[in-house]
Design a protein around this ligand. Structure first.
Ligand SMILES: Nc1nc2c(ncn2[C@@H]2O[C@H](COP(=O)(O)OP(=O)(O)OP(=O)(O)O)[C@@H](O)[C@H]2O)c(=O)[nH]1
Ligand SMILES: [Mg+2]
Length: 471
């Protein structure tokens, strides 16, 4: 990390005077305003002043501190007292509290940088190209694979191909600017019991009625040509009223040639295939009650009226299906782990969610929302274990990031990531998403991820490519 980079980051918030900090970083309001400016320096800045060498490098996978750590705990997290090597408990003065253990986890400068960008500012967004292969796959369709040796040679000779130059210039300037929006996402159906969950085709019918209208018309025509149904309808035409209605009915019985019937059958088959292919992929949003699922949906769509939200837990009580154009369907679920719900309700929601997740074929990805202030709680672990047992892939999203100071957010990120890697086989643990529905941070990344999961690749438009710098 360069000094210039550090300066811009320091400018961004925490080191500025208390009023500025509160303005640039909403979560800062709970920090004491009596603290001196130096006391509010971000953790990574302290590291930089201690060590002249910058902490460039990848995000560490283990919880081991990178530089001169405070007294290291023996176990990474939960115990509140440490036992000596002989097995006898040490005195209370030696015991390391959970908080101290948490503080001793040192996030890398790079992770801090990324979190700082994601967590601050209303339009802040980060899209870590270098680490995320998924991100790379999405954005570099033109980036032909080049042998690294050949690339180095070309670099020496300053004969880089235009594509590679573009790729070097790419990301921070161009692609981050690209905003993905989900306008017009709207509610299509709700399901309060397992029986009322709408079938995939029914949802498609609600979103693309045109496909089904054509099919119905063809089916009617074919039925009229069927000899059995024709005799039936001749009987009815005898009694049919005269005039326009009667004329229409008579017209419908004009026999078609075998060739015409075959053509109609072919069209019907083609339409059926099209309907099968157009069945919309689904994405589920789950999490504990009051974690901010519905609010996140509203921020995704940039409309406060998409889903109903409340500061009281337990507002969403059924599966709510929202269609996003003709791209995919997002399902907002009731929260789990709500202690004050009726037992019967809890059992019903559990059955509903598990049934839906277990049986839905079009369900492409489950986004599990975790409150960034608390990390994984017992109810979350139980739910993730259920997902793992059903072999369902899930992506963890840390919510309410605006309420957590960046160093703590970085630590929560690392602790959660470590736990996911260790315990759950079906977790996507290479990268956790972080969002704040209040500042809008991380939303663009989440939208891109959703689109990518549903097979809608985001291609940077041709005209946005910069001119090649090669002469
Ligand atoms: N500060 C902050 N508050 C948030 C954020 N997202 C949601 N909230 C608040 O959290 C509360 C709960 O939000 P909801 O979206 O209703 O939560 P939910 O997960 O849908 O809750 P259930 O429907 O009960 O499962 C509301 O008071 C929101 O204003 C966020 O990013 N930052
Ligand atoms: Mg809700």
């Amino acid at each position: 990390m360069s000094i210039a980079n550090t300066r811009t980051m320091l400018k961004a918030g925490i080191t500025s005077c208390p009023t500025n900090a509160a303005r640039t970083y909403p979560g800062a309001r709970h920090l004491s305003t009596t603290q001196t400016c130096s006391a509010r320096l971000p953790y990574f800045h302290k590291q930089l002043t201690k060590n002249e060498k910058p902490l460039a490098g990848a995000v560490p996978n283990s919880l081991t501190p990178l530089v001169t750590p405070p007294p290291a705990p023996k176990k990474p997290f939960p115990s509140s007292s440490v036992t000596s090597s002989k097995g006898t408990p040490t005195s209370s003065t030696e015991s390391v509290s959970k908080r101290q253990q948490f503080r001793s986890i040192t996030p890398s400068a790079q992770l801090m940088n990324e979190i700082r960008i994601q967590g601050l500012g209303s339009k802040a967004e980060s899209w870590s190209f270098d680490k995320s292969t998924r991100g790379n796959k999405t954005i570099r369709p033109w980036d032909k694979k080049l042998d690294p040796e050949a690339f180095k040679q070309l670099q020496k000779e300053k004969r880089l191909p235009a594509k590679q130059v573009w790729f070097e210039q790419r990301t921070s300037k161009i692609v981050e600017k690209e905003q993905v929006k989900f306008p017009g996402m709207r509610f299509v159906a709700g399901a309060g019991t397992t029986k009322s969950v709408p079938k995939e085709e029914l949802l498609l019918k609600m979103t693309r009625p045109d496909l089904f209208d054509d099919l119905e018309e063809i089916e009617k025509l074919l039925q009229d040509q069927d000899p059995a149904s024709r005799t039936k309808s001749t009987e009815t035409t005898e009694t049919a009223p005269e005039g326009e209605e009667g004329q229409k009915a008579i017209k419908a019985h004009i026999p078609m040639s075998a060739e015409e019937i075959q053509k109609l059958k072919d069209r019907k088959r083609a339409l059926e295939l099209k309907i099968r292919d157009s069945v919309l992929q689904e994405i589920a949003i789950v999490g504990r009650s009051n974690v901010g699922k519905s609010t996140m949906l509203n921020t995704l769509t940039e409309s406060p009226n998409t889903a109903r939200v409340s500061s009281k837990p337990g507002l969403t009580r059924q599966l709510n299906f929202y269609k996003c154009g003709d791209k995919f369907v997002v399902v907002d679920m009731p929260g789990y782990g709500f202690a004050f719900a009726k037992e019967a309700d809890k059992a019903n929601w559990k059955e509903l969610i598990e049934d839906y997740i277990g049986q839905r074929k079009t369900l492409k990805r489950i986004y599990v929302m975790i409150d960034a202030r608390h990390g994984l709680k017992a109810a979350d672990k139980e739910f993730l274990a259920m997902l793992d047992s059903k072999s369902k892939k899930f992506q963890v999203v840390l919510t309410k990031c605006d309420l957590v100071p960046p160093p703590d957010l970085a630590r929560i990120y690392m602790v959660t990531q470590e736990e996911l890697k260790k315990t759950y086989r079906h977790a996507i643990a290479e990268r956790l998403l972080m969002v704040s529905s209040y500042t809008g941070a991380g939303m663009n990344t989440l939208r891109k991820d959703m689109l990518f999961v549903c097979g809608q690749n985001i291609l940077v438009r041709e005209r946005e490519r910069p001119q090649s710098t090669i002469r």
